[in-house]
Design a binder for this molecule. Structure first.
Ligand code: MAN
Length: 393
């Protein structure tokens, strides 16, 4: 499917690294590997806010026979032992497998699959015009960067939901102890308060519904592991990560929901791995009212795979029930968009949707394109055409 308004609105060229939280801290040159996967919300002044993930990487990660990773360290910093700062870790080259451009695998780590990242991510608030197409202001004074050991390898992939008068932002925090979901809250979507870890190890892509159901907060979660149990032979689903639901009295303490939610289909490899995309919003598409959720499906291909965006409409009162969905993707990676940035590209075939704002006759959808730049697509309401066996998910 193609859309009239569909373009890259923010790229690595738009980031001024002299204002990065890492600036002047490392004895090595860095560059913006990607400025992508933006959370999206409407600000009180009518503009849109994109919370952009800036992945900052070493320009020359390999020197002195070692590959280097950036880490936030609580004991480093101008203010003494507790202010924190950034350091470089050297890993002997013979231990590292660097086939995946996003991370390197370290061998000889007790039999576990152990990774280090080629970049450290922090979050940059970028204010956009009401249609999401023009940059109005980049809020370097409100960057969200690692502030504790639980996110010493970075803060990634913000998703913003407004519930009542409060904005909630889930993020993925990376550390040796956990790859977790961290939460921030705000009363204006620009000044954020850290609320702690809300989902522990290997649970990310958490999307808080933009509204309460039965007086409770609801969210999609996606526990990820490398061990799953089989569906029975002949099942329409295949084993692997699923998008699950949880509810909470306060957005801080979450109880998993017993009902199944969105699961990978056995009939197609396109959704072999799935995860949440944009926060579910209560709206009307295809003649039905419900929670519209956009999520990603990954088709295995080489190392990273092909990432596409799919949609599902959920029952307004019982959100585990699927009202409609569509098997062909809503949004696919678009190489034409990234062509002008070809010299900066390090992977292909990825669109990763992270935000949605509703307008009268269309939705403004924010995605990361190729883990490189921010893509805004205006998707008309009529584009949501259910597959015939709509409720199969
Ligand atoms: C993972 C995450 C995302 C990223 C995709 C594609 O799902 O790290 O942040 O966009 O991979 O690389």
């Amino acid at each position: 499917m193609s859309f009239d308004i569909d373009r890259l609105v923010f790229t690595p060229h738009d980031v001024d690294l002299s204002r990065s939280p890492l600036a002047g801290q490392l004895d090595a040159e860095t560059h913006v590997l990607g400025a992508f996967n933006p959370g999206l919300t409407r600000l009180p002044n009518g503009n849109l806010l994109m919370m952009v993930r800036v992945a900052e990487a070493l320009s020359k990660p390999i020197f002195d026979g070692a590959v280097h990773a950036i880490r936030w360290d609580a004991t480093k910093g101008e203010g003494g032992a507790s202010s924190g700062g950034y350091v470089l870790d050297a890993w002997p080259l013979e231990l590292a497998d660097t086939a995946d451009p996003r991370k390197f695998l370290l061998h000889g780590m007790g039999g576990f699959k152990v990774m280090a990242l080629t970049s450290l991510s922090w979050l940059l608030p970028v204010e956009m015009s009401p249609d999401g197409l023009t940059i109005e202001e980049i809020h370097y004074d409100r960057i969200i960067a690692p502030s504790g050991n639980w996110q010493c390898y970075g803060v990634e992939d913000a998703r913003i939901s407004k519930v009542g008068d409060t904005w909630w932002m889930t993020t993925c925090s990376v550390s040796p102890e956990r790859h977790s979901t961290t939460l921030y809250s705000s009363t204006n979507a620009l000044d954020w308060t850290f609320e702690g870890i809300v989902l522990d190890h290997q649970n990310k892509d958490m999307l808080i519904f933009e509204g309460l159901i039965g007086g409770k907060f609801w969210a999609q979660t996606r526990p990820l592991g490398d061990l799953y149990f089989a569906y029975p032979p002949g099942s329409p689903f295949h084993a692997g990560p699923s998008i699950n639901l949880a509810s909470s009295p306060d957005a801080r303490h979450w109880q998993p929901c017993l009902e199944t939610h969105i699961r990978p289909h056995s009939g197609t490899p396109s959704t072999a791995r799935i995860g949440g995309g944009s926060p579910p919003i209560l709206t009307e598409v295809a003649g039905k009212k419900g929670w519209l959720t956009l999520w990603h499906g990954v088709e295995p291909k080489q190392i990273v795979g092909i990432y596409r965006t799919y949609w599902t409409l959920l029952d307004p009162e019982e959100p585990w029930k699927v009202l409609d969905t569509c098997h062909p993707p809503l949004l696919e990676p678009n190489p034409d968009l990234t062509e002008p940035l070809r010299d900066l590209m390090y992977l292909d075939d990825v669109v990763f949707t992270t935000g949605i704002v509703e307008e009268e006759d269309h939705f403004i959808v924010a995605s990361g394109e190729a883990d490189l730049a921010c893509r805004i697509t205006h998707i008309p309401r009529e584009a949501f055409i259910p597959s015939r066996d709509g409720g199969a998910q």
